[in-house]
Design a protein around this ligand. Structure first.
Ligand code: SAM
Length: 273
């Protein structure tokens, strides 16, 4: 069941912060495990006990609307079909001042790190970009966390109407791991450059391809998997694919609905089989 704190309109980040204080106290594990929680990622994670989630897989908002280039302004760039993200998320404007964005993401990572055990890990998907001639390699976000490896996710090509640069086709996935984290036997043979076509059949503006998350889930023996920016529920579907438990969090009631419907459909199809 989706937990609703309130039905929201499109809001500023300040309003989001105020609203997060309205959230009800929830009990772990019953209100979390195999649930989609509609709320603020940091506040919801604060209610999860230390070391109680084996694996985190997530892709946060990239703050793409805070951009010096014109890719997100005129719709010529972007990663998904028709630069869907140009319209933004339903309940997050993706245009925070850079320093605030960095602090927010560090707060998120701090919570994720607290709730994984000694054998736990975080797969944190982000994108490097050049802003005003300077490389944003996200070191300001991930610095200080134990990064074990950087995986390159290579997407398929697309159209590039700008003759000034080569078509961008990759993102990064930071594997941030506690000391006892290990892959299952043979998973290390996948290497560190993964090629998966971006997801096209999904109403969310920036969904993971399910096969990408299947690769991560099946490479671990994690029992409980959290995605604090769950969007359309891809991480939950992958968890179900491998009979693992999930926790999903998203600020948008619209995306929570999409995720709930996707999970319900998946379960009814699995029953038919
Ligand atoms: C890149 S998308 C994740 C998409 C997801 N991986 C999927 O497969 O659909 C980032 C998500 O973060 C959500 N979001 C933005 N601000 C949030 C917040 N403060 N707390 C929780 N979720 C938030 C957005 O609604 C959006 O769905």
């Amino acid at each position: 069941m989706t937990k609703r704190y309130s039905q929201l309109e499109k809001t500023s980040d300040v309003a989001l912060k105020e609203r997060s204080n309205e959230q009800e106290e929830q009990k772990f594990p019953e209100d979390f495990v195999n649930q989609i929680i509609c709320g603020n990622a940091v506040d919801a994670m604060k209610q999860i006990p230390d070391e109680s989630v084996d694996l985190v897989i997530t892709s946060p908002p990239y703050n793409l609307k805070n951009s010096t280039g014109n890719g997100m302004k005129d719709g010529r760039g972007g990663k998904w079909a028709n630069a869907a993200l140009q319209k933004g998320y339903t309940h997050h404007n993706d245009a925070m001042p850079h320093n605030e964005y960095v602090q927010w993401q560090r707060d998120c990572l701090t919570e994720m790190f607290r709730i994984i055990p000694e054998h736990g890990a975080i797969f944190y998907n982000h994108k490097w970009r050049v802003q005003a001639g300077l490389l944003q390699d996200r070191q300001d976000i991930v610095g200080g966390f134990p990064i074990r490896q950087i995986i390159i996710w290579r997407r398929k090509g697309g159209l590039n109407f700008n003759a000034g640069y080569f078509l961008p086709t990759y993102e990064v996935i930071y594997l941030i791991a506690k000391p006892q984290f290990k892959l299952v036997p043979k998973a290390n043979a996948y290497g560190d450059i993964w090629e998966f076509t971006q997801e096209m059949r999904n109403n969310h503006p920036a969904p993971f391809p399910t096969k990408l998350i299947d690769r991560i889930v099946s490479s671990t023996d994690a029992k409980l998997i959290l995605d604090p920016f769950m969007g359309s529920g891809t991480t939950a579907i992958s968890a179900l694919n491998f009979k693992r438990d999930y926790i999903g969090i998203d600020i948008s009631p619209d995306y929570c609905d999409i995720a709930e419907k996707r999970i319900a459909e998946y379960k009814s199809q699995t029953k038919l089989l």
